[in-house]
Structures are given as C-alpha cells and as structure tokens.
Ligand binder design. Sequence first.
Ligand code: ADP
Ligand code: MG
Length: 493
Amino acid sequence: MSVNSLAVGSFYVSRSRSRRGVPPIRMAVRSNIVSVAPFLTKLQRDSATPLPVLRYVADAMTTDMRAGLATDGGSDLKMILSYVDCLPSGNEKGLFYALDLGGTNFRVLRVQLGGKQERVIATEFEQVSIPQELMFGTSEELFDFIASGLANFAKKEGGKFHLPHGRIREIGFTFSFPVKQTSIDSGILIKWTKGFAVSGSAGRDVVACLNEAMERQGLDMRVSALVNDTVGTLAGARYWDDDVMVAVILGTGTNACYVERIDAIPKLRGPESFSGRTIVNTEWGAFSNGIPLTEYDRDMDAASINPGEQIFEKTISGMYLGEIARRVLLKMAEVGDIFGKSVPEKLSTPSALRTPDLCAMQQDNSDDLQSVGSILYNVVGAESSLSARKIVVEASDAIVKRGGHLAGAGIVGILQKMEEDSSGLIFGKRTVVAMDGGLYEHYPQYRRYLKEAVTELLGLEISKNIVIEHSKDGSGIGAALLAATNSKYDHDY
Ligand code: ADP
Ligand code: MG
C-alpha cells in the first residue's frame, strides 16, 4: 500500500451506522492528505534500514561488545558478568521460587523440579501490575510492594508444600534493570530504565533491598540467585535445548545475553569458572551506534527521563514504538490536517497511543480499515478518513519495521562476535536464539521484520541453522532453575 496510490486532495467520509467505538453521527472528516504525505515520506526516509545500514549496525554491535568486554566503561554496552557459569543440566530437583520485576508487571512463580525424568512437575504463578506511583516512589515502597506480593503468594500455599527440614525457601530474583552483579546473589543497581525513577536505590544492592523488605514482611525466604531477565530466559530455554546460545527480551524494554568464553573477557579478573564459560548480559538497550533517527525520536528522547541514554531501546522496544507513532500523528495533525482542521486533544497526551494499539491497527485487513478508525477514535479521539487511516498504518509500519530490523541486526552482531572468536561455533550448526517479551510475542509484523533482517544479513544458507524461537515465560523457570543450581544447601546435581 503506498500513499501515491491514494486519492489526493480533500474528501469526505460519511458514516450513518452506529458501531461500537465509532461515532454514531453522520460526520465529515476533511483530511488534507497532500499536506501530510511529505511527512510520511520523510519519516520513511529518516527511519529507513536498508541492508548497508543493518550491516553497519550489526558490525558496530560486535565492536561495542568487544570494547565492553575489554574494560568497564569501554563502550555503550556494559557487558555485565552474570556470575552464571553453570547452566541448568536437567537434574535440578526440589521446590524453588522466582520473582520477576520487569517493567510493567511483577510476577511470582513457584516451580517444582523433578530432575531428569520428571523435569518441571508443576508451576504456579501470580502476576500483579506495578502501580504507576511506585515507579516514581521510594525504594522501600517498591520493594515492600514486591515483598508483600510474595508473602501473599506464599501464604496461599497453606502448608501444601514441604521443604526438607531446616531449609528456607529459595528464590531466583529476576530483575530487569541494569545491575552491576557482584556475585550470583548480589548486585548494585546502576540505574533505572523503562520510565522508572525510584529514589534511594541507585548504588544499592537490590538483593539487600529485597531482603530488608522481606524481613519487614516477616517472610522467611532467601534470594540465592539474582538474574537478569535475559539470563533467566537463556537458562530456562537451555534447560530444554542445548543449542540455546543467545537470549533476547523485547518487551517494555529490551536486552540480550549470550554464552561467552571466559578467556574472551579481558576485563575479568578473578577465579576461572568451572565450565570455562559464563553468561554475559550485554545491556544492549544502551547501544547507539549508527541507528537511523528521526526528529520524533530526538524529541521523544529529549522529553524522556533519561535523555541521550538507551537509544537502541528507544527505537526498538514496546515502551516507545507507540509513543513515536503518536508524535508522528500529532505532527501530521498540527501541520498537515490529517484528522481534519482541529487537532484531537488526546493526541497531545504523552503515551496516549501505545504499542499494542499500533499492533492492533496493523492487524486490520479490511478495505475500509474499520478497526484502525475505531482505535484512532477510542484511543486518541481522532476521526479519520480512509486515506488518513492508510497513512497511519504506513507510518506505524515504518516505525515497526525499523524496530524489528534493528533488533535483528543486533542479534546478528552477537552471533558474528561468537563466530569470530570460535569458528564453527555458531555458523554451520544449529544455534537457537531464545526470544521473549510482550512485543515479540504479540506483534507478528515486528517478528517478521526481525527475522527478515537476520536472513538478509546472514544469507539463506547460514540463517537456515539459526533458530529464532519464542521461549514463553522462560525467564521465570530459568530464574528458579538458577536458584536451584546456586542453592545454599547441598545438592547432588
Ligand atoms: P515487561 O517487559 O514489562 O517485563 P512484557 O514482556 O510482558 O513485560 O512486555 C510488555 C510490553 O510488551 C508492553 O509494555 C508492550 O509494549 C508490549 N506489548 C504487550 N502486548 C502487546 C501487543 N499486543 N502488541 C504489541 N506490543 C505489545
Ligand atoms: Mg519481562
């Protein structure tokens, strides 16, 4: 679908039927598409990701990874050591918990592991959305909220589960913000991302924060593994499949981790790991090299709580795609009359249009783009002509295409780094990239663009062996598995 094929000029759309979400009145929307088309063209040009751009991004990702592995602070990529050098084997046994603090939700999970034969016997989980005010509150308030959720979850067990005598329940704590890990069960918060601005926790050990909150709740549990969500996803996926080498999260924010050779980490000074390998958390959301940016990205970044930071995250992850689109539509409404003469008031509200809205609009295959019209009306109060809706869909597609393509290029950057260091490790054999996060899970066009970039960059032959696979909620089970492998109690696996 191209704007050039649309009727150009002012025209009217009239509706007389009353449908849910569509104004029942007969209305006339005057869209001046001529005035809007140049904005769409410019957006498409500025956000374009042709193969040379993707190749540049993939190569820059590889280079930045090396710089981050060489020295702390040597690159945009922090390349954080996870202290996970023993991946789940399948032999793990017992009752373990996982606690996941993402960006949107917080989840508690109970997992019964039955060893090689029985594997995962049972899992139960509860999910609570994080109240907006806690994102801007104090560290105590946030951790108290988490600990009380955990306490409620544990209380409901009512003695159903028994631990061997003298043991307290062990938790794998998935914390999806940049942490400088100091051991498998401690780590200092570097900064909040994804819109969080919690006071009193930067520079503190997040496990200590949680332990103190659990104590305040009178809850007798212990964190035995602090894991990033990517690391949890890798561990969870690896439990089922030995070929998993990389994990990527595309949800509210984004991040990736991979299995690295200890001898390929110059900045690591300390005891050799038992296995000679460890998981490195790239914190790739901070990557910024060679990313095509538009005026809308720059404005959004300037208005964000972390200007100049997390540029990769701001172009590819769920928290931002809808907001970029809103800014595009606002401009088209203000300068170009896309929704008629007046600018819909709600369109000026930051974050009014969310990534799931873009996704829903892109699933509309009807001739009159009825759902697109309803969503625009319901979400931002915009009345739209068919041509306006087509432009909205094209603008969304430009933003989502760039996001998916760049995420794919990032994955290729990681894979080629691993292959360069150990020829034959990745290319030429089956390699699995475990994917998770709401954006990847729910946005089919995004997934398609991501895979398209990987195939274009690697070529058909190599990419045939690269399996990009959704590992749903793997991070929860992965964190529980890492709590098991790092249990304080004796175990024989
Ligand atoms: P978190 O990243 O907070 O741990 P998730 O992985 O569940 O949580 O991702 C939630 C994010 O995924 C949302 O903020 C949203 O951006 C994105 N998302 C959720 N549902 C959809 C959808 N239907 N289409 C596109 N994106 C979605
Ligand atoms: Mg998450």
